[in-house]
Write a protein that binds this ligand. Structure first.
Ligand code: GDP
Length: 223
């Protein structure tokens, strides 16, 4: 049964908790959508723009929380989960091991996890770290929707070229991967990203307009 929603429902998300270990995760019920990306890819800006809550992701950036899984819940229902930014080259081996266990365990085992939003800077998408993360999501059978962030930094033709290139690369990987252009700055693709997230969270559709960069998402895999 789908819940009744309002267009600005995502604005009601509130910080629930941060988890440093798998046993600290909230109970594995309902639906979750996780946000991932290399640090500095624009994940916090995307989270803020999509939820319409400017300060939401600031919570995840407070000292001590950047390596944790941060949960933002809608009332007692579905949640968005801000995953730690990946691609830190200088993290000590033992810190990295604990972190891989947390992130890997979450992605592999979490029943509530409906899909992963992966943010990549459109000026240099599909870095080796991104590819590793996408491989992991595919192995864990998680649908992925990529936001090519900071699209305002490219010209129209560069944007389309990047979109096609990444679309082709993802199509070769999995049928369950989709991609769109996104800018937290000028608003490109925000409605399209919201539509994917609302669908994954089981929230009723709104009158959100599709952006031309959105390839759409078949989320029927879980239904
Ligand atoms: P995070 O580390 O992945 O959470 O990235 P942030 O959201 O903190 O963004 C990293 C940098 O990119 C900041 O300087 C942002 O102002 C900038 N940024 C994020 N989104 C956009 C965007 O849509 N357009 C532009 N031009 N800059 C952006």
């Amino acid at each position: 049964m789908r819940s009744i929603s309002t267009p600005d429902e995502l604005q009601r998300l509130h910080f629930e908790l941060s988890a440093a270990e798998l046993r600290q995760l909230p109970s594995d019920r309902g639906r979750e959508v996780a946000f991932a990306g290399r640090s500095n890819a624009g994940k916090s800006s995307a989270l803020n723009a999509i939820t319409g809550r400017k300060g939401l992701a600031r919570t995840s950036k407070t000292p001590g929380r950047t390596r944790l899984l941060n949960f933002f819940r809608l009332d007692a229902g579905p949640a968005l989960v801000d995953l730690p930014g990946y691609g830190y080259a200088k993290v000590a081996a033992e810190v990295r091991a604990g972190w891989d266990e947390l992130l890997g365990g979450y992605l592999k085992k979490r029943r509530s996890l409906y899909g992963v939003i992966v943010i990549m800077d459109c000026r240099h998408p599909l870095t080796p770290y991104d590819r590793m993360f996408l491989d992991f999501c595919r192995a864990a059978r998680r649908p992925v929707h990529v936001l090519l962030s900071k699209s305002d930094k490219l010209t129209h033709s560069e944007r389309l070229k990047t979109l096609r290139t990444v679309e082709r690369a993802l199509a070769a990987q999995s049928a369950d991967f989709s991609v769109q252009l996104f800018s937290a700055q000028n608003g490109e693709g925000i409605d399209a990203a919201r539509a994917v997230i609302r669908d994954w969270l089981g929230l009723a559709a709104t009158m959100d307009k599709k952006s031309p960069g959105n390839k759409g998402k078949d989320s029927g895999a879980h239904e």
